[in-house]
Design a protein around this ligand. Structure first.
Ligand SMILES: O=P(O)(O)OC[C@H]1O[C@H](OP(=O)(O)OP(=O)(O)O)[C@H](O)[C@@H]1O
Ligand SMILES: [Mg+2]
Length: 175
């Protein structure tokens, strides 16, 4: 039997599932890059791990950027958000490229939800440009560029967190 905590997780609270395929994600990252190409040029890309690593690789490839750094943040334990911890900041070399405040640096993450992660990283690099592929309303004001807005009660399922599985036919009660 699976023991359940009585408090609903962020995913359960969100309720509405929004599965994203690799294809869709790649298309959305390319659409994001079209917008970023109008805003740059950038000296380097900074991925907020781990979710930001995939879009950062695609965006960096499309923008021709080869300097890629990470800010390593831990917050959600699968679907419950705990205290935010910066496990690793950017390197001294990348900080120099951004003149200490992040000017000309591009921060990339897969999404903003409550905005807590984005806020923390923005505080570290106030002049950097912050881009995400998806944005929920609470976090959206923190983002400079994003592609798709989803409602706050949506939970996005990314392709690296999911796998193909059998679905019962709709007439047999599939959602
Ligand atoms: O706007 P917020 O409410 O802060 O949520 C958004 C953050 O949550 C997820 O990361 P998570 O901390 O789950 O870690 P992961 O990227 O390693 O999956 C997501 O990748 C964002 O970074
Ligand atoms: Mg993340």
């Amino acid at each position: 039997m699976v023991e359940r905590n009585s408090e609903p997780s962020a995913q359960e609270r969100a309720g509405r599932p929004f599965p994203v395929s690799w294809d869709q994600f790649h298309r959305d990252c390319r659409a994001l890059t079209w917008r970023l190409n109008e805003v740059g040029p950038f000296h380097a890309v900074i991925a907020i791990t781990r979710g930001g690593l995939v879009p950062a690789a695609i965006v960096a490839r499309e923008l021709g950027l080869r300097v890629i750094d990470t800010v390593c943040v831990a917050s959600y334990d699968h679907d419950k958000q705990g205290d935010l911890k910066v496990l690793k900041g950017i390197s001294e070399q990348t900080a120099k490229l951004g003149g200490g405040t992040g000017k000309g640096l591009l921060i990339v993450d897969d999404l903003v939800d409550t905005g807590k992660t984005g806020k923390l990283v923005r505080e570290l690099l106030p002049d950097a440009h912050f881009a995400t592929v998806y944005a929920k309303p609470k976090g959206r004001p923190l983002v400079d560029t994003y592609i798709t807005e989803v409602s706050q009660d949506t939970w996005i399922f990314f392709p690296w967190d999911t796998a193909l599985s059998f679905q019962p036919p709709i007439r047999d009660g599939a959602a």
